[in-house]
Design a protein around this ligand. Structure first.
Ligand SMILES: O=P(O)(O)OC[C@H]1O[C@H](OP(=O)(O)OP(=O)(O)O)[C@H](O)[C@@H]1O
Ligand SMILES: Nc1ncnc2[nH]cnc12
Length: 238
């Protein structure tokens, strides 16, 4: 599997920032269209500029509730990081369900054999999506958690470095896989997950995250795989 690639980010549209997160909702109509971003990331030495959005697309009213339920905590876990906390969303079952449902609506019927969730927060959303679309769930874990034979990938985070591991044999060559996490910042974690799965022969269809940090989107390094994001993060405390 490959080198990390620079990428081209092509969002479906820009969206309004009412409470900080970029979301849909009724107010979206005036300013922008899509509450979610489908971000196509290409391998690229010669990366074209992002293409302008096509015509406005329909806005999903559930996205405003999802955005509202995410808390931004300044300077956690260290100075300068605006931490996007999904735990308030988890306390609201209707909103939690909305988030899962949106992903399920997108991925149902796409012949996805496996959902790979990234530890830890990908474990919150991944299994629910997997069960709903009839796929198996594969945990991609931090080091020294899995008891069997593993393959590993290291990566760089917004605030440190880390490593992901997967059990050998969890995926069959050629199986279509969706990767799920709560948030994409630099894309380093997703990139490591893609590399890990592709080394095992998986066909990675897409990465799905609740939240995207817009300040990084021009720098995603995701080996040509698309990332589907429900809301963009705000950069200030609500
Ligand atoms: O796009 P990136 O820059 O790679 O960052 C995104 C990753 O960072 C967070 O996890 P974290 O590593 O903090 O681990 P945790 O879920 O175990 O807290 C988040 O849940 C993503 O997995
Ligand atoms: N700003 C952020 N909030 C929550 N999780 C993160 N992972 C990387 N950056 C993050």
């Amino acid at each position: 599997m490959g080198e990390e690639a620079n990428c081209n980010v092509a969002m479906e549209s820009a969206a309004p920032k009412e409470n900080g997160h970029t979301t849909g909702g009724a107010a979206a109509e005036a300013k922008a269209a899509a509450a979610w971003a489908e971000i196509a990331v290409t391998d690229a030495a010669a990366v074209p500029k992002p293409t302008p959005p096509p015509a406005a697309v329909a806005v999903d009213p559930r996205l405003q509730g999802i955005s509202d339920a995410i808390r931004v905590v300044p300077h956690f876990p260290k100075q300068g990081i605006m931490f996007n906390d999904i735990t308030p969303l988890l306390l609201r079952p209707g909103v939690f369900k909305d988030a899962v449902d949106i992903f399920v609506e997108r991925y149902r019927g796409m012949a996805i054999a496996a959902v790979a969730g990234i530890e830890a927060r990908g474990f919150i959303f991944g299994p629910a999506i997997a069960l709903a679309i009839g796929a198996k769930f594969i945990p991609l874990r931090k080091p020294k958690k899995l008891p069997g034979e593993v393959i590993s990938e290291t990566y760089v985070l917004e605030y440190g470095t880390d490593c992901l591991q997967m059990h050998v044999g969890a995926i069959e060559p050629g199986e279509r896989v969706l990767i799920v996490d709560d948030l994409v910042a630099t894309g380093g974690t997703l990139c490591a997950a893609i590399r890990l799965l592709e080394r095992a022969g998986a066909d990675v269809v897409e990465c799905a995250c609740l939240i995207g940090l817009p300040k990084f989107k021009d720098f995603y390094k995701l080996n040509g795989k698309p990332v589907y994001v429900l809301v963009e993060s705000r950069e200030y405390e609500k």
